[in-house]
Design a protein around this ligand. Sequence first.
Ligand SMILES: Nc1ncnc2c1ncn2[C@@H]1O[C@H](COP(=O)(O)OP(=O)(O)OP(=O)(O)O)[C@@H](O)[C@H]1O
Length: 223
Amino acid sequence: MSSNVIIKIENVKKTYTKSQALRGVSFVMNEGEEYLIRGASGSGKSTLLYLLGGLDRPTEGRVIVNQNNLVDLSDEDLALYRNRYVGFVFQFHFLLSSMNCMDNILLPARLGGVESDEVVVRAKNLAKLLNVEHCLEKYPYELSGGEQQRINIIRALSLKPKLLLCDEPTGNLDSENSHKVIQLLRTLAKEFGATLVVVTHDPQIAQSFSNQLVMKDGLLITQ
Ligand SMILES: Nc1ncnc2c1ncn2[C@@H]1O[C@H](COP(=O)(O)OP(=O)(O)OP(=O)(O)O)[C@@H](O)[C@H]1O
């Protein structure tokens, strides 16, 4: 396994009008490894994922990914970073209700101008693996929460991201599908050489990660 540092978070703070979500967080992550972030509700886990994914900017500090400080990127370059580099599997899976699931999955490739047969074939193969092949032509509102979650995962993986950020990725799934989804995320992260970062409250999933970041009140208490 590679031990190249790919992510460096340096004294990151994030302040909202009424709360300080992150109060000076620093850590490094190695390329291709798996990390679990845990901690009580409100401790800052999702805020940290948002900053890693370039969905928001810190109030202070540096978020360095692949030697680029995301804080210095223009909005346009940050959007490109999100599209090409990051896969998001979030608790609330923003599938667009106006298009069917296959079109939802292909959306990042279309927006990035990189749609190809390879992306379509990967989507179909992943749908088979996750038992949602029958959902591809359907609209999101015709699917159960768990099926929508799996479509969301396929979309996140569609462009072989180098950084895979997952916030409660198994939130809507039964234990059999939860196990399957985590194994799949791990297998594909390895295949793509991606760094995998998972936030979860599920103790069974949490204990299977050797790299654990524990958050408390906006601070990292262990790495
Ligand atoms: N957009 C926002 N505006 C204002 N406050 C926010 C915003 N997002 C998060 N917060 C606050 O920042 C703190 C950290 O929130 P965050 O969502 O990062 O916690 P979390 O550890 O992911 O919690 P949970 O496990 O419940 O999802 C909380 O006090 C929350 O209320």
